[in-house]
Design a binder for this molecule. Structure first.
Ligand SMILES: C[S@@+](CC[C@H](N)C(=O)[O-])C[C@H]1O[C@@H](n2cnc3c(N)ncnc32)[C@H](O)[C@@H]1O
Length: 282
């Protein structure tokens, strides 16, 4: 993999490529090629990336998605039932973008756990304590792949825009953790930005995530290279299909995947069965 990346690198060292890509994009490309697949998905690398983005992520996400991210989060929160006094887990909570809607839906009582690996993101998420009223609101700074919560201690798991920075093996680990912390009968809802399947939409979309989003990031005083990396993760993630397969592999039941705005985001819901799946028929 690394060898082929280095080989490709020499192709871009031509003047023609520099002209075509623009010097800044070319520089980024050359730098990103020294990032191996392994380090791209190293939780410490991802944590540092979001540590750095914590000041600008909220605004860039809102503006660059033309408000769609805001709308999709609301749809995700409404996608499954939340029982009174439930314990709800928001995985990869970021700045707690989902928390106001979750708190509103939970009403009085219950417990909302907002988990993220990045300290500055967790600090920003803590601000939602102000609106938590009678709901117990706890920010958990942890790696979701080594989730510190007890077995079957959670009624609902939600997560928006937190899947793309996991590789295939990590998505499998995530499925194991969700299955472990959910109580039998507990429900989950996940949503992630995705690459449209239609080739007509795919190329404008690549242009948008690789060129437009980094420029919006820069305008909002963020580091455009960080936002370019989000494009790299999104292209590799593609859509929620593989995640659903991993969830099914640990016997979590999933409903058909939902497609948002021509495939620019995908999401899925499901539940943990109340009875362990029967092995063969009697
Ligand atoms: C794109 S943000 C999504 C934030 C928020 N949920 C939203 O709706 O915008 C992804 C978040 O996932 C967090 N994250 C990435 N890998 C993680 C891991 N292994 N464990 C916990 N959080 C992680 C990052 O720190 C970041 O805050």
């Amino acid at each position: 993999m690394l060898t082929s990346q280095r080989l490709q690198l020499s192709n871009f060292k031509s003047k023609g490529a520099a002209h075509w890509l623009g010097t800044k994009n070319l520089k980024f490309l050359l730098n990103s090629m020294t990032i191996t697949n392994k380090s791209l998905y190293d939780p410490n690398f991802v944590r540092r990336l979001f540590d750095e983005m914590s000041q600008t992520y909220g605004l860039v996400n809102l503006v660059a998605s033309f408000g769609f991210a805001w709308l999709w989060r609301k749809q995700c929160v409404r996608a499954i039932d939340i029982e009174p006094n439930a314990t709800v887990l928001d995985l990869m909570t970021g700045m707690g973008e989902l928390c106001p809607d979750l708190l509103r839906r939970m009403g009085k009582g219950g417990r909302l756990l907002a988990l993220d690996i990045s300290t500055p993101m967790c600090q920003q998420a803590s601000q939602h304590t102000i609106n938590s009223g009678e709901t117990d609101f706890v920010v958990v700074e942890a790696n979701a792949l080594q989730c510190p919560l007890e077995d079957e201690s959670v009624d609902n798991v939600f997560s928006t825009f937190g899947l793309k920075t996991f590789n295939d093996q990590q998505l499998a680990q995530l499925a194991v953790q969700v299955n472990r912390v959910l109580r039998p009968g507990g429900q989950f809802a996940f949503l992630e930005i995705s690459v449209p399947k239609s080739p007509i939409l795919r190329w404008p979309y690549y242009f948008y995530i690789n060129f437009v989003v980094p420029q919006v990031g820069k305008l909002m005083l963020g580091n455009p290279n960080n936002y370019r990396l989000l494009g790299v993760y999104t292209e590799a993630f593609a859509n929620c299909d593989r995640t659903v397969e991993h969830f099914n592999a640990v016997n979590l039941e999933t409903n058909p995947t939902t497609t948002y705005f021509f495939g620019c985001a995908t999401g899925f819901t499901g539940r943990k069965p109340t009875m362990p799946e029967a092995i063969g028929n009697a």
